[in-house]
Ligand binder design. Sequence first.
Ligand code: 6PG
Ligand code: NI
Length: 203
Amino acid sequence: MSTSATPPLQPFAIRFGADNATLEPQGPTLQRRMSDLEGLFADRRAWEQAVADGDPVVYTVVSSPVPETARELPQSITTIFPGDTGGEFWMTKGHQHPDPQGEIYLGLEGHGGLLLFDGERAEWLDISPGVIGYIPPGWAHRSVNVGDEPYRFLAVYPGSAGHDYGWVLTHGMGLRARRSADRVELVPFGTPAGTAGPTARSH
Ligand code: 6PG
Ligand code: NI
């Protein structure tokens, strides 16, 4: 199965291949390259350079065949590769669910962060293997790889939630995660690239 199944679904088990993050049976998959992340990194010139320098794959998303329809509960595994662009750790685009509903993430490999923003408050959750991050309804979310190896997590979300990527382009995400020596520096979203974050929080 390589596309979403058609309801009514029958009970079935999904096997996770830990070595290469496959799901069996598997549904839709996607990969996002640097060129797909326009307008997201603070340092636009560094982003343009990265696109010109081979346009690397930043993350992949592998889904189970459970469809994104009402009452179903789709799952996907995201793998964010390690790296930074202009000092900002590689990350997902980030989105809001237009039909606000909760979502859970489970860390599988590597070390990452779950950045949450409700339009006013920003929160950061450290996610490592075995940690479950809860995303309450109405909080936009973005994942960040803050380690030196691929960061991988399972997401489970209501099938009718939808995905709004424009919200993040309009409202930002409250904070950015930057590489600083051997630690993670969280700076206010509007901090210009290359400057020290005056109110940076370190992790
Ligand atoms: C979801 C999950 C998750 C997410 C991926 C990629 O709602 O489906 O939050 O699977 O989509 O981690 O992130 P972006 O959707 O922000 O590119
Ligand atoms: Ni989501």
